[in-house]
Design a protein around this ligand. Sequence first.
Ligand code: RFL
Length: 388
Amino acid sequence: MVILGAGPAGLVLGNLLQTSGIDCVVLERATRAEVQARSRAGFLAPNTVRILDRHGLAEGLHRHGREHATCEFRTEDGRFRLDYAALGRGERHTVYPQHALVTDLLTRYLDTGGQVRFGTEALTVRDADSTRPTVTARDADGRTGSWRGRYVAGCDGRHGAARRSLPPGAVRRHHLDHGVSWLGLLAEAPPSLDAVGYAVHPRGFAGHMARTPEITRYYLQCERGTSPDAWSEDRIWDELSLRMRAADYGPLHRGPVVHRAVIDLESDVLEPLRHGSLLLAGDAASLLSPSAAKGANLAVLEAEILALALIDDLGHGDPTGLDRYSARCLEHIWRAQEFSRWMVRLLHGAPGPDGESMFQDSLRRSRLASLGSSRSCQDWFAEHYVGV
Ligand code: RFL
């Protein structure tokens, strides 16, 4: 079994296969240090924690993760808080940075004898329509080699070799550009509020998400095409303070911005998630906008479904799970996509000169008013916000 990519999807899959005695190798383009330093997600859904618990992979997150169950919306009409653990199914998030989870998964996989080839970039997957698919890969010294297995799992993200190797027409790609960009920031500063903060402002969206007691993630809506370095740190903090209405609700804890990236909010779904012996999971299968924090959670869920199906097939000669893999995952993916899209519409809609954007903005305002006042709307939100 050849797994492309040592992110959450590839490493959950690798751990489950390894524990079941299925021989596998993970090919990873980056170095181990790079993989363990990549800061991204932080909000783990209860189902993700249950999956990791089931397979003995949750020790670190139970030790260092923190439970989280409140979000606060700040708008031109005031602010309101939702304690989502008291709504919907009564569930909460665990805040645990993705790089810490990836480090735990990698350590466990290597400690139990798993093989990872770091610095090895998969170039193509050939013969995916046969039972001996082959991956051509280049190592850090520029040497090219081949890796063959019964199956190849494409867990190498949206720009990886798995997607590139799909023959034209084999898989459909459904794509949606939400038309919005965010400047994603990591600040070396403690969280400024004890809630996820969503601020809707005439100058654009601003978001606040705790990561650790020392690190906080912020988002600022920006013009499409903005360079990540275009904003000075002073401008970033001034804009965050303005949009989050710090003058009314309390100042933000400022600190050095240690990472920044511009994210164009886009979504896509590949259908089906399988071409012969090549199976897709995580961002390689479907990209979600970060508006609802679902990507890493879906990656873990899909990896578990795929691992159990592969164990049935390779260990017991039962292909039923693999035959159903794509349909089962797509059901979860489309629900997550729907909620992410709803969140994009909840948080954006700048008023403009034309009637269309005024209309959109009024819908956005009305959506927020329903969320702030209707218990059934809040229950629906809570269920989808923590669910995958
Ligand atoms: P990853 O984590 O991108 O890992 C893919 C791995 O594949 C390697 N790779 C290759 N290796 C070999 N050959 C090649 N040709 C290769 N090409 C790539 C890469 O080096 C990498 O190690 O994909 P995976 O495993 O599918 O996991 C997906 C998640 O990482 C992603 O969905 C989340 O980070 C999305 N996301 C969030 N998800 C959540 O559930 N909760 C959150 O709070 C959350 N916050 C976020 C996010 C994504 C963000 N960005 C990147 C837009 C916040 C941000 C800012």
